[in-house]
Design a protein around this ligand. Structure first.
Ligand code: FE2
Length: 239
């Protein structure tokens, strides 16, 4: 399985505290059946890690995982916050943040926590016109999406994918997020599941999410989800 949203790298954002914790998170993920993690540190006004620094961190982690015999593939990415369209375009042009794959077929986008970015549709159209599918991180955790689900439906209609976080399905992000996440699954509006793991406590737990999805939506939807995740995985490997 692929985990395409994970703050496994240390010393960049609010994810793993140090390399030791990164390795522990990888161990938990491996036991859960995850074989590939796309590292997605935040890219926002307060955290802008240069790609070269991330590549170096990934090399360090790969080395540590080899030493421990943990066979997980780690590839780079970012969780890019929709601060403003200018923020997204200027930093894209400068190559300051990373897509989920070298082919730039997928990008992980996050809404601000304070309020919905009204330029979201314009920004998503811009990515789509360049052959990139934007993936909206954890819509169930944002109150504006819960209050106005049509905002999300409009993005989905454009071709945007949604990523629900397993912790939300487990009720760890509150009852409202849990309910909304489950409703999105029942409506067939969830394209991928991911862990958004930040530590050994906020940990990788993908298989649990898949089981919940199976109960809520059935095997066919789970297979479609796994197929989409496999497409992202292959693209992350440059295939
Ligand atoms: Fe995240």
């Amino acid at each position: 399985m692929l985990d395409m949203h994970c703050h496994i790298l240390s010393g960049i954002d609010d994810g793993a505290r140090d390399l030791k914790e990164s390795v522990k998170m990888a161990k938990i993920a491996y036991k859960d059946g995850i074989k590939h993690i796309i590292a997605t540190p935040h890219f926002c006004r307060s955290v802008m890690c240069e790609p070269d620094v991330q590549y170096q961190k990934i090399e360090e982690l790969r080395h540590a995982l080899r030493r421990e015999g943990i066979e997980i593939t780690i590839t780079p990415g970012n969780e890019v916050r929709l601060e403003s369209s200018e923020f997204v375009y200027v930093h894209e042009a400068a190559g300051d943040y990373l897509y989920l794959d070298p082919n730039k077929r997928f990008i992980l986008l996050e809404q601000r926590w304070s309020h919905y970015n009204e330029q979201s549709e314009e920004i998503c159209r811009w990515f789509l016109s360049r052959g990139t599918t934007p993936i909206m991180a954890h819509p169930e955790r944002h109150d504006f999406f819960r209050e106005q689900p049509e905002l999300l439906v409009r993005l989905i209609d454009l071709g945007v994918w949604t990523q629900v976080t397993v912790d939300s399905l487990l009720g760890k992000n509150g009852a409202e997020a849990e309910q909304f996440a489950k409703m999105l699954i029942r409506r067939g509006q969830v394209h991928v599941l991911a862990t958004d793991a930040h530590s050994v406590k906020r940990k990788p737990n993908l298989s649990h999410g898949i089981r919940i999805m199976q109960q809520l939506a059935g095997e066919e939807q789970v297979q479609a989800l796994l197929t989409r995740m496999e497409i992202i995985r292959q693209s992350a490997l440059g295939e």
